[in-house]
Design a protein around this ligand. Structure first.
Ligand SMILES: Nc1ncnc2c1ncn2[C@@H]1O[C@H](COP(=O)(O)OP(=O)(O)OP(=O)(O)O)[C@@H](O)[C@H]1O
Ligand SMILES: CC(=O)N[C@H]1[C@@H]2OC[C@@H](O2)[C@@H](O)[C@@H]1O[C@H](C)C(=O)O
Length: 379
Protein backbone atom coordinates (compact mmCIF):
# COMPACT_ATOMS: atom_id res chain seq x y z
CA UNK A 1 0.00 0.00 0.00
CA UNK A 2 1.17 3.53 -0.70
CA UNK A 3 -0.33 6.93 0.09
CA UNK A 4 -1.67 9.27 -2.55
CA UNK A 5 -3.88 12.36 -2.76
CA UNK A 6 -6.79 13.02 -5.15
CA UNK A 7 -7.93 16.60 -5.81
CA UNK A 8 -11.15 17.53 -7.58
CA UNK A 9 -12.26 21.09 -8.07
CA UNK A 10 -15.52 20.59 -9.91
CA UNK A 11 -17.95 22.68 -11.91
CA UNK A 12 -19.95 23.69 -8.79
CA UNK A 13 -17.00 25.76 -7.50
CA UNK A 14 -18.07 24.83 -3.97
CA UNK A 15 -14.51 23.92 -3.01
CA UNK A 16 -11.52 21.68 -3.57
CA UNK A 17 -12.51 18.11 -2.75
CA UNK A 18 -9.33 16.56 -1.38
CA UNK A 19 -8.80 12.99 -0.29
CA UNK A 20 -5.87 11.10 1.15
CA UNK A 21 -5.91 7.40 0.26
CA UNK A 22 -3.95 4.25 0.69
CA UNK A 23 -3.81 2.59 -2.70
CA UNK A 24 -2.62 -0.79 -3.91
CA UNK A 25 -2.66 -2.68 -7.21
CA UNK A 26 -3.82 -1.40 -10.58
CA UNK A 27 -6.56 -1.83 -13.17
CA UNK A 28 -9.45 -4.02 -12.11
CA UNK A 29 -7.41 -5.15 -9.06
CA UNK A 30 -7.07 -1.64 -7.61
CA UNK A 31 -7.78 -1.54 -3.88
CA UNK A 32 -7.95 1.60 -1.79
CA UNK A 33 -8.72 2.79 1.70
CA UNK A 34 -9.93 6.33 2.34
CA UNK A 35 -7.82 7.88 5.13
CA UNK A 36 -9.03 11.48 5.24
CA UNK A 37 -11.37 13.71 3.19
CA UNK A 38 -11.86 17.45 3.31
CA UNK A 39 -13.42 20.06 1.04
CA UNK A 40 -11.41 23.32 1.10
CA UNK A 41 -13.67 26.26 0.28
CA UNK A 42 -12.54 28.63 -2.47
CA UNK A 43 -12.74 32.24 -1.27
CA UNK A 44 -15.08 34.71 -3.01
CA UNK A 45 -12.31 36.69 -4.78
CA UNK A 46 -10.88 33.61 -6.44
CA UNK A 47 -14.35 32.25 -7.20
CA UNK A 48 -15.10 35.54 -8.98
CA UNK A 49 -11.84 35.28 -10.92
CA UNK A 50 -12.81 31.77 -12.02
CA UNK A 51 -16.25 33.01 -13.12
CA UNK A 52 -14.64 35.96 -14.94
CA UNK A 53 -12.13 33.73 -16.69
CA UNK A 54 -15.04 31.77 -18.19
CA UNK A 55 -16.95 34.87 -19.24
CA UNK A 56 -16.22 36.03 -22.81
CA UNK A 57 -16.80 39.67 -21.83
CA UNK A 58 -14.54 39.69 -18.75
CA UNK A 59 -11.88 37.10 -19.50
CA UNK A 60 -8.34 37.93 -20.60
CA UNK A 61 -5.05 36.09 -20.95
CA UNK A 62 -3.34 37.84 -18.01
CA UNK A 63 -6.19 36.79 -15.70
CA UNK A 64 -6.04 33.14 -16.78
CA UNK A 65 -2.24 33.07 -16.64
CA UNK A 66 -2.24 34.37 -13.06
CA UNK A 67 -5.19 32.21 -11.97
CA UNK A 68 -3.34 29.10 -13.16
CA UNK A 69 -0.64 29.80 -10.56
CA UNK A 70 -3.04 31.00 -7.83
CA UNK A 71 -4.99 27.75 -8.11
CA UNK A 72 -1.77 25.71 -8.20
CA UNK A 73 -0.91 27.29 -4.84
CA UNK A 74 -4.40 26.62 -3.43
CA UNK A 75 -4.18 22.97 -4.49
CA UNK A 76 -0.75 22.71 -2.83
CA UNK A 77 -2.19 24.31 0.35
CA UNK A 78 -4.96 21.69 0.33
CA UNK A 79 -2.45 18.81 0.09
CA UNK A 80 -0.26 20.23 2.87
CA UNK A 81 -3.22 20.77 5.20
CA UNK A 82 -4.75 17.38 4.41
CA UNK A 83 -1.54 15.58 5.45
CA UNK A 84 -1.31 17.71 8.59
CA UNK A 85 -4.89 16.87 9.56
CA UNK A 86 -4.36 13.18 8.81
CA UNK A 87 -1.07 13.27 10.71
CA UNK A 88 0.84 11.77 7.78
CA UNK A 89 4.06 13.28 6.45
CA UNK A 90 3.99 14.48 2.83
CA UNK A 91 7.25 12.54 2.42
CA UNK A 92 5.15 9.38 2.60
CA UNK A 93 2.81 10.46 -0.20
CA UNK A 94 3.74 8.78 -3.45
CA UNK A 95 1.77 11.03 -5.83
CA UNK A 96 -0.90 13.71 -6.10
CA UNK A 97 -3.57 13.46 -8.81
CA UNK A 98 -5.06 16.86 -9.56
CA UNK A 99 -8.04 17.29 -11.88
CA UNK A 100 -7.63 21.09 -12.01
CA UNK A 101 -10.34 23.67 -12.48
CA UNK A 102 -12.20 23.46 -15.77
CA UNK A 103 -12.43 26.98 -17.13
CA UNK A 104 -13.59 26.04 -20.61
CA UNK A 105 -14.94 22.90 -22.19
CA UNK A 106 -15.86 22.88 -25.85
CA UNK A 107 -15.79 19.26 -27.00
CA UNK A 108 -17.42 19.86 -30.40
CA UNK A 109 -16.22 21.69 -33.50
CA UNK A 110 -17.90 25.12 -33.39
CA UNK A 111 -16.98 27.36 -36.32
CA UNK A 112 -13.31 28.24 -35.93
CA UNK A 113 -13.14 26.62 -32.49
CA UNK A 114 -11.77 23.08 -32.53
CA UNK A 115 -12.73 20.51 -29.84
CA UNK A 116 -10.84 21.58 -26.74
CA UNK A 117 -10.92 21.68 -22.96
CA UNK A 118 -8.90 23.59 -20.36
CA UNK A 119 -8.24 22.66 -16.73
CA UNK A 120 -5.90 24.97 -14.81
CA UNK A 121 -4.02 24.87 -11.47
CA UNK A 122 -0.30 24.71 -12.34
CA UNK A 123 1.03 21.21 -11.52
CA UNK A 124 4.62 22.51 -11.26
CA UNK A 125 3.57 24.66 -8.31
CA UNK A 126 1.91 21.70 -6.57
CA UNK A 127 4.94 19.46 -7.25
CA UNK A 128 7.44 22.10 -6.11
CA UNK A 129 5.65 23.04 -2.91
CA UNK A 130 4.85 19.48 -1.85
CA UNK A 131 8.02 17.90 -3.26
CA UNK A 132 5.72 15.21 -4.69
CA UNK A 133 5.01 13.88 -8.18
CA UNK A 134 1.80 15.30 -9.69
CA UNK A 135 -0.47 13.81 -12.33
CA UNK A 136 -2.72 16.34 -14.05
CA UNK A 137 -4.33 17.27 -17.39
CA UNK A 138 -6.38 14.07 -17.49
CA UNK A 139 -8.71 15.16 -20.30
CA UNK A 140 -6.15 16.31 -22.88
CA UNK A 141 -5.18 12.97 -24.42
CA UNK A 142 -8.78 11.80 -24.85
CA UNK A 143 -9.61 14.98 -26.80
CA UNK A 144 -6.43 14.44 -28.85
CA UNK A 145 -7.79 10.96 -29.67
CA UNK A 146 -11.04 12.45 -30.97
CA UNK A 147 -13.06 12.10 -27.75
CA UNK A 148 -15.02 14.59 -25.66
CA UNK A 149 -12.46 14.45 -22.82
CA UNK A 150 -15.39 13.69 -20.50
CA UNK A 151 -16.77 11.90 -18.65
CA UNK A 152 -13.70 10.06 -17.30
CA UNK A 153 -15.07 8.70 -14.02
CA UNK A 154 -16.91 5.81 -15.80
CA UNK A 155 -13.60 3.89 -15.90
CA UNK A 156 -13.43 4.14 -12.11
CA UNK A 157 -17.13 3.23 -11.78
CA UNK A 158 -16.29 0.07 -13.70
CA UNK A 159 -13.44 -0.75 -11.29
CA UNK A 160 -15.65 -0.06 -8.24
CA UNK A 161 -18.89 -1.71 -9.37
CA UNK A 162 -18.06 -4.40 -11.95
CA UNK A 163 -18.76 -7.20 -9.49
CA UNK A 164 -22.27 -5.91 -8.79
CA UNK A 165 -24.71 -8.48 -10.21
CA UNK A 166 -27.39 -6.04 -11.40
CA UNK A 167 -27.94 -3.52 -14.17
CA UNK A 168 -27.01 -0.28 -12.46
CA UNK A 169 -26.41 3.39 -13.17
CA UNK A 170 -24.19 5.67 -11.13
CA UNK A 171 -25.50 9.21 -11.48
CA UNK A 172 -23.25 12.02 -10.29
CA UNK A 173 -25.08 15.26 -9.46
CA UNK A 174 -22.31 17.86 -9.32
CA UNK A 175 -22.46 21.20 -11.14
CA UNK A 176 -23.19 19.11 -14.21
CA UNK A 177 -24.88 15.71 -13.88
CA UNK A 178 -23.45 12.64 -15.56
CA UNK A 179 -24.39 8.98 -15.55
CA UNK A 180 -22.50 5.71 -16.05
CA UNK A 181 -24.52 2.64 -17.06
CA UNK A 182 -23.03 -0.71 -16.05
CA UNK A 183 -24.88 -3.79 -17.24
CA UNK A 184 -24.53 -6.95 -15.20
CA UNK A 185 -21.30 -8.70 -16.35
CA UNK A 186 -20.50 -5.84 -18.71
CA UNK A 187 -17.21 -5.57 -20.53
CA UNK A 188 -15.36 -2.25 -20.53
CA UNK A 189 -16.24 -1.69 -24.20
CA UNK A 190 -19.98 -1.75 -23.51
CA UNK A 191 -20.09 0.96 -20.86
CA UNK A 192 -22.44 3.80 -21.67
CA UNK A 193 -21.81 7.13 -19.98
CA UNK A 194 -22.64 10.73 -20.73
CA UNK A 195 -23.52 14.09 -19.21
CA UNK A 196 -27.29 14.35 -18.75
CA UNK A 197 -27.28 18.16 -18.39
CA UNK A 198 -27.12 20.55 -15.45
CA UNK A 199 -26.83 19.11 -11.94
CA UNK A 200 -26.77 21.80 -9.25
CA UNK A 201 -25.48 24.49 -11.60
CA UNK A 202 -28.73 26.34 -12.32
CA UNK A 203 -30.18 25.84 -8.82
CA UNK A 204 -26.96 27.17 -7.19
CA UNK A 205 -26.77 30.22 -9.46
CA UNK A 206 -30.43 31.07 -8.80
CA UNK A 207 -29.83 30.73 -5.05
CA UNK A 208 -26.83 33.05 -5.30
CA UNK A 209 -28.56 35.70 -7.40
CA UNK A 210 -32.04 35.64 -5.85
CA UNK A 211 -31.37 34.63 -2.23
CA UNK A 212 -27.72 35.47 -1.58
CA UNK A 213 -26.99 31.89 -0.48
CA UNK A 214 -24.73 29.25 -1.99
CA UNK A 215 -27.21 26.42 -2.55
CA UNK A 216 -30.67 25.09 -1.70
CA UNK A 217 -29.88 22.97 1.36
CA UNK A 218 -31.80 19.66 1.16
CA UNK A 219 -34.06 21.23 -1.51
CA UNK A 220 -36.06 23.15 1.13
CA UNK A 221 -36.61 26.25 -1.04
CA UNK A 222 -37.69 24.21 -4.07
CA UNK A 223 -40.18 22.44 -1.81
CA UNK A 224 -41.83 25.75 -0.95
CA UNK A 225 -42.09 26.99 -4.58
CA UNK A 226 -44.52 26.07 -7.37
CA UNK A 227 -43.32 24.44 -10.57
CA UNK A 228 -44.07 26.54 -13.65
CA UNK A 229 -44.80 23.87 -16.28
CA UNK A 230 -44.81 26.27 -19.23
CA UNK A 231 -41.28 27.39 -18.36
CA UNK A 232 -40.25 23.78 -17.68
CA UNK A 233 -41.34 22.72 -21.19
CA UNK A 234 -39.44 25.62 -22.70
CA UNK A 235 -36.30 24.68 -20.76
CA UNK A 236 -36.62 21.06 -21.92
CA UNK A 237 -36.49 22.20 -25.58
CA UNK A 238 -32.70 22.89 -25.34
CA UNK A 239 -31.00 20.97 -28.17
CA UNK A 240 -28.50 19.26 -25.79
CA UNK A 241 -31.19 16.88 -24.54
CA UNK A 242 -31.94 15.31 -27.90
CA UNK A 243 -28.27 15.01 -28.85
CA UNK A 244 -27.22 11.33 -28.93
CA UNK A 245 -24.48 10.23 -26.48
CA UNK A 246 -21.51 10.37 -26.23
CA UNK A 247 -21.97 13.96 -25.13
CA UNK A 248 -20.75 16.37 -22.49
CA UNK A 249 -21.60 19.88 -21.46
CA UNK A 250 -20.68 22.58 -18.95
CA UNK A 251 -20.97 26.18 -17.75
CA UNK A 252 -20.70 27.38 -21.35
CA UNK A 253 -24.35 26.24 -21.82
CA UNK A 254 -25.93 26.19 -18.35
CA UNK A 255 -23.83 28.71 -16.39
CA UNK A 256 -24.22 32.40 -15.46
CA UNK A 257 -25.41 33.57 -18.88
CA UNK A 258 -28.18 30.96 -19.00
CA UNK A 259 -29.39 31.91 -15.51
CA UNK A 260 -29.19 35.64 -16.22
CA UNK A 261 -31.55 35.14 -19.19
CA UNK A 262 -33.79 32.83 -17.16
CA UNK A 263 -34.29 35.49 -14.48
CA UNK A 264 -34.71 38.31 -17.02
CA UNK A 265 -37.33 36.47 -19.09
CA UNK A 266 -39.32 35.22 -16.09
CA UNK A 267 -39.58 38.18 -13.75
CA UNK A 268 -43.25 37.29 -13.17
CA UNK A 269 -42.20 34.09 -11.35
CA UNK A 270 -41.19 34.40 -7.67
CA UNK A 271 -37.76 33.23 -6.49
CA UNK A 272 -38.94 30.06 -4.73
CA UNK A 273 -40.92 29.00 -7.78
CA UNK A 274 -38.00 29.63 -10.16
CA UNK A 275 -35.82 27.44 -7.92
CA UNK A 276 -38.60 24.82 -7.77
CA UNK A 277 -38.85 24.86 -11.58
CA UNK A 278 -35.06 24.60 -12.01
CA UNK A 279 -35.02 21.66 -9.58
CA UNK A 280 -37.82 19.91 -11.45
CA UNK A 281 -36.00 20.64 -14.71
CA UNK A 282 -32.82 19.00 -13.39
CA UNK A 283 -34.76 15.89 -12.30
CA UNK A 284 -36.62 15.81 -15.63
CA UNK A 285 -33.40 16.00 -17.69
CA UNK A 286 -31.96 13.13 -15.64
CA UNK A 287 -35.08 10.95 -16.00
CA UNK A 288 -35.54 11.91 -19.66
CA UNK A 289 -31.99 10.73 -20.44
CA UNK A 290 -32.84 7.22 -19.22
CA UNK A 291 -36.13 7.17 -21.13
CA UNK A 292 -34.57 8.41 -24.39
CA UNK A 293 -31.26 6.55 -24.45
CA UNK A 294 -31.25 3.65 -21.97
CA UNK A 295 -34.53 2.06 -20.92
CA UNK A 296 -35.48 0.84 -24.42
CA UNK A 297 -32.49 -1.50 -24.33
CA UNK A 298 -31.60 -2.06 -20.69
CA UNK A 299 -33.80 -2.90 -17.69
CA UNK A 300 -32.17 -0.82 -15.01
CA UNK A 301 -32.43 -2.24 -11.47
CA UNK A 302 -30.88 0.63 -9.53
CA UNK A 303 -29.59 4.17 -9.86
CA UNK A 304 -26.91 5.08 -7.31
CA UNK A 305 -26.71 8.83 -6.75
CA UNK A 306 -23.51 10.64 -5.87
CA UNK A 307 -22.20 14.22 -5.81
CA UNK A 308 -23.59 16.93 -3.55
CA UNK A 309 -26.94 17.04 -5.38
CA UNK A 310 -27.71 13.57 -4.01
CA UNK A 311 -28.60 15.46 -0.82
CA UNK A 312 -31.22 17.64 -2.50
CA UNK A 313 -34.30 15.75 -1.28
CA UNK A 314 -36.76 17.61 -3.54
CA UNK A 315 -34.67 16.64 -6.56
CA UNK A 316 -34.34 13.07 -5.37
CA UNK A 317 -38.06 12.66 -4.65
CA UNK A 318 -38.94 14.03 -8.07
CA UNK A 319 -36.55 11.56 -9.70
CA UNK A 320 -38.14 8.72 -7.72
CA UNK A 321 -41.60 9.73 -8.98
CA UNK A 322 -40.41 9.90 -12.58
CA UNK A 323 -38.63 6.52 -12.52
CA UNK A 324 -41.03 4.57 -10.31
CA UNK A 325 -39.79 1.06 -11.13
CA UNK A 326 -36.14 1.73 -10.48
CA UNK A 327 -34.58 1.70 -7.02
CA UNK A 328 -32.85 5.00 -6.25
CA UNK A 329 -30.03 4.74 -3.71
CA UNK A 330 -26.93 6.71 -2.72
CA UNK A 331 -23.21 5.99 -2.37
CA UNK A 332 -23.70 5.80 1.39
CA UNK A 333 -26.01 2.77 0.85
CA UNK A 334 -22.93 1.12 -0.69
CA UNK A 335 -20.57 2.14 2.13
CA UNK A 336 -19.00 4.92 0.08
CA UNK A 337 -19.00 8.69 0.42
CA UNK A 338 -21.00 10.79 -2.09
CA UNK A 339 -18.74 13.80 -1.61
CA UNK A 340 -15.31 12.18 -1.87
CA UNK A 341 -16.09 9.95 -4.82
CA UNK A 342 -14.73 12.14 -7.62
CA UNK A 343 -11.53 12.99 -5.73
CA UNK A 344 -11.06 9.25 -5.12
CA UNK A 345 -11.73 8.65 -8.83
CA UNK A 346 -8.92 10.99 -9.92
CA UNK A 347 -6.52 9.40 -7.44
CA UNK A 348 -7.31 6.03 -9.07
CA UNK A 349 -6.87 7.54 -12.56
CA UNK A 350 -3.50 8.98 -11.40
CA UNK A 351 -2.45 5.52 -10.25
CA UNK A 352 -3.41 4.09 -13.65
CA UNK A 353 -1.33 6.78 -15.37
CA UNK A 354 1.75 5.86 -13.32
CA UNK A 355 1.17 2.22 -14.26
CA UNK A 356 0.87 3.21 -17.94
CA UNK A 357 -2.68 1.84 -18.15
CA UNK A 358 -5.13 3.23 -20.71
CA UNK A 359 -8.10 4.56 -18.80
CA UNK A 360 -10.50 6.37 -21.10
CA UNK A 361 -13.73 4.61 -22.08
CA UNK A 362 -14.18 4.99 -25.84
CA UNK A 363 -17.93 4.37 -25.71
CA UNK A 364 -18.27 7.16 -23.11
CA UNK A 365 -16.08 9.86 -24.61
CA UNK A 366 -16.27 8.94 -28.29
CA UNK A 367 -12.46 8.69 -28.58
CA UNK A 368 -11.05 6.68 -31.47
CA UNK A 369 -8.46 4.95 -29.30
CA UNK A 370 -7.79 3.92 -25.72
CA UNK A 371 -5.09 6.18 -24.29
CA UNK A 372 -3.14 6.69 -21.04
CA UNK A 373 -4.71 9.70 -19.32
CA UNK A 374 -2.70 12.32 -17.45
CA UNK A 375 0.65 14.14 -17.63
CA UNK A 376 3.32 13.52 -15.02
CA UNK A 377 5.18 16.42 -13.39
CA UNK A 378 8.05 15.13 -11.28
CA UNK A 379 8.80 16.55 -7.84
N1 LIG B 1 -27.40 19.14 1.65
C1 LIG B 1 -27.44 19.53 0.38
N2 LIG B 1 -28.62 19.81 -0.20
C2 LIG B 1 -28.69 20.23 -1.49
N3 LIG B 1 -27.62 20.38 -2.29
C3 LIG B 1 -26.40 20.11 -1.77
C4 LIG B 1 -26.24 19.66 -0.43
N4 LIG B 1 -24.92 19.49 -0.20
C5 LIG B 1 -24.29 19.80 -1.36
N5 LIG B 1 -25.17 20.19 -2.31
C6 LIG B 1 -24.89 20.63 -3.70
O1 LIG B 1 -23.75 19.96 -4.17
C7 LIG B 1 -22.82 20.87 -4.75
C8 LIG B 1 -21.43 20.32 -4.63
O2 LIG B 1 -21.42 19.07 -5.26
P1 LIG B 1 -20.09 18.38 -5.78
O3 LIG B 1 -18.98 18.62 -4.81
O4 LIG B 1 -20.45 16.99 -6.13
O5 LIG B 1 -19.82 19.21 -7.08
P2 LIG B 1 -18.58 19.31 -8.07
O6 LIG B 1 -17.45 18.46 -7.57
O7 LIG B 1 -18.34 20.72 -8.30
O8 LIG B 1 -19.20 18.73 -9.36
P3 LIG B 1 -18.85 18.16 -10.81
O9 LIG B 1 -19.28 16.73 -10.73
O10 LIG B 1 -19.69 18.96 -11.69
O11 LIG B 1 -17.41 18.30 -11.07
C9 LIG B 1 -23.07 22.18 -4.02
O12 LIG B 1 -22.69 23.27 -4.82
C10 LIG B 1 -24.58 22.12 -3.78
O13 LIG B 1 -25.26 22.60 -4.90
C1 LIG C 1 -15.09 19.16 -18.56
C2 LIG C 1 -15.42 18.78 -17.17
O1 LIG C 1 -14.80 19.23 -16.24
N1 LIG C 1 -16.44 17.92 -17.04
C3 LIG C 1 -16.86 17.41 -15.74
C4 LIG C 1 -18.16 18.11 -15.32
O2 LIG C 1 -18.58 17.63 -14.03
C5 LIG C 1 -19.48 16.54 -14.23
C6 LIG C 1 -19.50 16.35 -15.72
O3 LIG C 1 -19.23 17.69 -16.16
C7 LIG C 1 -18.36 15.43 -16.25
O4 LIG C 1 -18.41 15.43 -17.65
C8 LIG C 1 -16.97 15.92 -15.85
O5 LIG C 1 -16.50 15.42 -14.64
C9 LIG C 1 -16.50 14.09 -14.20
C10 LIG C 1 -15.67 14.04 -12.98
C11 LIG C 1 -15.98 13.07 -15.22
O6 LIG C 1 -15.12 13.38 -16.04
O7 LIG C 1 -16.42 11.91 -15.14
Amino acid sequence: MKYCIGLMSGTSLDGIDSVLLEIEGKGIDTKYKEIYFNCYPIDEDIKNEIHDSMDAKKSNVALICSLNYKLGNLFADACIDLCKKANISLDNVDFIASHGQTIYHNPNLEGKLVPSTLQIGEPSVIAYRTNTKVISNFRGKDIAAGGQGAPLVPYVDYILFNKYKKNIAIHNIGGIANTTILKKDTSKDEILAFDTGPGNMIIDELCRRLKGIEYDKNGEIAKRGRIDYELLNKMMSHSFFEQQPPKSTGREHFGSFYVEQLIKENNNIDANSLIATATEFTAETMADSYKRFILNNIDLDEIILCGGGAYNLTLRESLERKLKNIKISSMEDHSMNSFSKEAVAFAILGNECLNNIKSNIKSATGAKNYVVLGDITNS
